[in-house]
Ligand binder design. Structure first.
Ligand SMILES: [Zn+2]
Length: 113
């Protein structure tokens, strides 16, 4: 057994003794609250990163520009300008579409029999 292993065992034994002592003194709640705080501190950044990743996955769309084909990333429901050609674009159903100029009415083509 190396020196470091013995040192590690001594640390854990000391911690165990400390926890047992606190428990014997009726201070088990101190250990529990410390453990909870420790876990929260440990989990908070992980949860934050996970939430951010989920948010990005649902909010960010990667697609290609319908005008020049440049692949770029945009946030949903936000209009933006293509970094390559400067075309004003919008995210619609996971795809980039050209912004329809205001006042333009979409006309459905109807065939008359
Ligand atoms: Zn473009």
């Amino acid at each position: 057994m190396s020196y470091y292993q013995i040192d590690g065992i001594r640390f854990w034994l000391g911690l165990l003794l400390f926890v047992t002592l606190l428990g014997a003194l009726g201070l088990g709640w101190v250990v529990q609250s410390l453990l909870v705080i420790f876990l929260l501190l440990l989990l908070a950044p992980i949860l934050f990163i996970l939430a951010l990743q989920i948010w990005l996955r649902t909010r960010v769309v990667t697609a290609s520009c319908p005008v020049c084909g440049q692949v770029s990333t945009a946030i949903k429901e936000q209009s933006f300008v293509c970094p390559a050609c400067g075309e004003p674009l919008e995210v619609r159903q996971g795809q980039f579409v050209r912004l329809t100029p205001p006042g333009t009415i979409d006309v459905e083509v109807q065939t008359v029999d």
